[in-house]
Design a protein around this ligand. Structure first.
Ligand code: HMG
Ligand code: MG
Length: 314
């Protein structure tokens, strides 16, 4: 196929684990990241520099990032990206300090992710601020990241519905996404945080983005599977030109500030669907013709099947 491979961003170690009540040792997270990377994923969110009072599970992020195992992974896979979430200037300055205390080549990370809500209710619950104030706080963060050679990914959450405010207007999401691109985000990930989207809703949203000057080629789809629609949403978004999809191994996660939301869409399911649809991805760059795939045991043999099984065993 002449299509550019769909980039998969694995969010399990961050979005997936941030909700877990039992504190996990840094070593377990490191091992998870290692297995994900060694099984073939190249963009793996490694943690967050958020307030430990808000998300205690992410307090180990500095320990995770500085582990010798991750240093080895960075050397083994030069194209590896390990983005970390940064909610405010305080978070970025913690990362800056860590980077200066642990100079290495490649550096601990080359990418941060900022996040903004599409609704006031979610912004209050997730960031304790308004949408306007959270956008206004970002330019210095973009500036400082740029000076440090960190690229910036941006999330917009609750793009198709909010647990507090209900329906979200596509114009609102497109407006926020546009501001984030203008600030310098290389990509904006649209989060259906509570998993209420269907393909038609995504299509409306993407059309509105295009209309507002936000090219679909700069967007990522971040789907949750509350109503079982995530895979259809993703295949539809991909058919409309979305180049990047966020997924979470074993559908780990949900968001601590979205009551009732279930997991992120699972990495295995997305890869299964893309592969058998003949759509190249960063994990399977050369899938067989649509409908011809053999990732399951029936008559399947060979390297793709082994790689898929290794990923499923993570
Ligand atoms: P706040 O309470 O308004 O801020 O929280 P504050 O400035 O009053 O700080 C409270 C305490 O946290 C203070 O400590 C600060 O120093 C400290 P104290 O003085 O009480 O001892 N603090 C920090 N500590 C470490 N790192 C920091 C930091 N900032 C302040 N960066 C704040 C505001 C933004 C900090 C808070 O709301 C927060 O951390 N929010 C993040 C919540 C979060 O991580 N949510 C999940 C990520 S978003 C998501 O999952 C959706 C997404 O995955 C897409 C999707 O699924 O759809 C992206
Ligand atoms: Mg999520």
């Amino acid at each position: 196929s002449s299509q550019q491979p769909i980039k998969l961003v694995e969010v399990g170690p961050r979005d997936g684990l941030q909700n877990e009540k039992t504190p996990l040792d840094a070593q377990i997270k490191v091992e998870l990241i290692e297995r994900l990377v060694r099984s073939g994923l190249r963009d793996v969110e490694a943690g967050s520099f958020v307030s430990p009072k808000w998300v205690p599970q992410m307090a180990t992020t500095p320990e995770v990032l500085t582990s010798p195992t991750l240093a080895q992974l960075r050397r083994d896979y030069p194209d590896l990206s390990l983005p970390v979430l940064v909610p405010n200037a305080r978070g970025l300055s913690s990362l800056t300090t860590l980077l200066s205390q642990h100079p290495s080549d490649p550096p601990l990370t080359n990418e941060i992710a900022v996040f903004v809500a599409a609704s006031e209710g979610f912004s209050r619950a997730n960031l304790n601020t308004t949408v306007a104030d959270s956008l206004a706080s970002l330019p210095p963060i973009f500036d400082s990241a740029k000076k440090q050679g960190l690229r910036v990914r941006a999330y917009v959450s609750v793009v198709l519905g909010c647990p507090f405010d209900g329906r979200i207007e596509p114009e609102k999401v497109a407006g926020v996404a546009k501001e984030l691109l203008e600030m310098g985000a290389y990509e904006v990930s649209l989060g259906d945080t509570i998993g209420v989207g269907v393909p038609a809703g995504w299509e409306k949203l993407l059309n509105e983005c295009e209309r507002k000057g936000v090219p679909v080629s700069k967007l990522a789809a971040h789907c949750h599977d509350t109503y079982g629609t995530a895979i259809s949403n993703i295949l539809h978004c991909v058919s409309l030109g979305i180049p990047t999809v966020d997924t979470s191994i074993a559908s780990l996660g949900g968001c601590p500030y979205s009551p009732g939301a279930t997991g992120n869409v699972s990495t295995e399911d997305v890869l299964y669907a893309l592969y058998h649809s003949g759509i190249p991805s960063s994990f399977f760059p050369s899938p067989p013709e649509a409908g011809e795939g053999t990732l399951l045991g029936w008559n399947g043999e060979g390297e793709d099947k082994e790689r898929f099984e290794r990923l499923c065993a993570v």
